[in-house]
Design a protein around this ligand. Sequence first.
Ligand code: 3PG
Length: 217
Amino acid sequence: MMKNCFAELEKTGLVPVVTLENAADAVPLASALLRGGLPAAEITFRTSAAARAIALIREREPEVLTGAGTVLTKDALRDALSAGAQFVVAPGFNPSLAEETLAAGVPYIPGVMTPTEIEAAMAIGLCTLKFFPAEAAGGVKMLKALSAPYRTVRFMPTGGITPDNLRAYLALPSVFCCGGSFVAEGRRIAAGDFDGIADTARDTAALVRSIRGGDHV
Ligand code: 3PG
């Protein structure tokens, strides 16, 4: 399951990071991502709608790989897992949340931005990590330097990713996918502009394909 999850995220290339104010927007949002060819979403636990949103997507749009983001507490983690989250992402590395997530058989992708944090995650067997906040932490140059000694670690840069810098990140061999909120911005969700979100997803999927020479769909 973990392998499949990472393979799916890699195939997608850019995982939309989504914050939903209303769980009722979850299925139209997931359908838009699927239509646009980016069938994955990280639903952040920054709003109380997150768990219900994940459960709805799992039930009604099961082709969309749906994870939980901004998981900071045990309560949020339990809500995410009960809702059926297929992966769990956090801005930082929390060993007890990591253990609880892994015990449930679900991938945990913690945020890191220093060698010490990478080694702490590696010490419990994690080798698929989020580089966060990517742009503010030094961007491609920093990630390239960080990747050099940790050859078994693969990164999902998130934080400041745009269509303009996606190519530079995906070109790094240590990067398996990126995360970004630009595909499904809050203002477009609030406006019900799901067709616009599908269009941006489509453009982003095409960009990922062009970066990877059409090998991944
Ligand atoms: C966030 O902090 O909201 C996520 O990491 C995504 O960052 P972004 O909004 O810069 O894409």
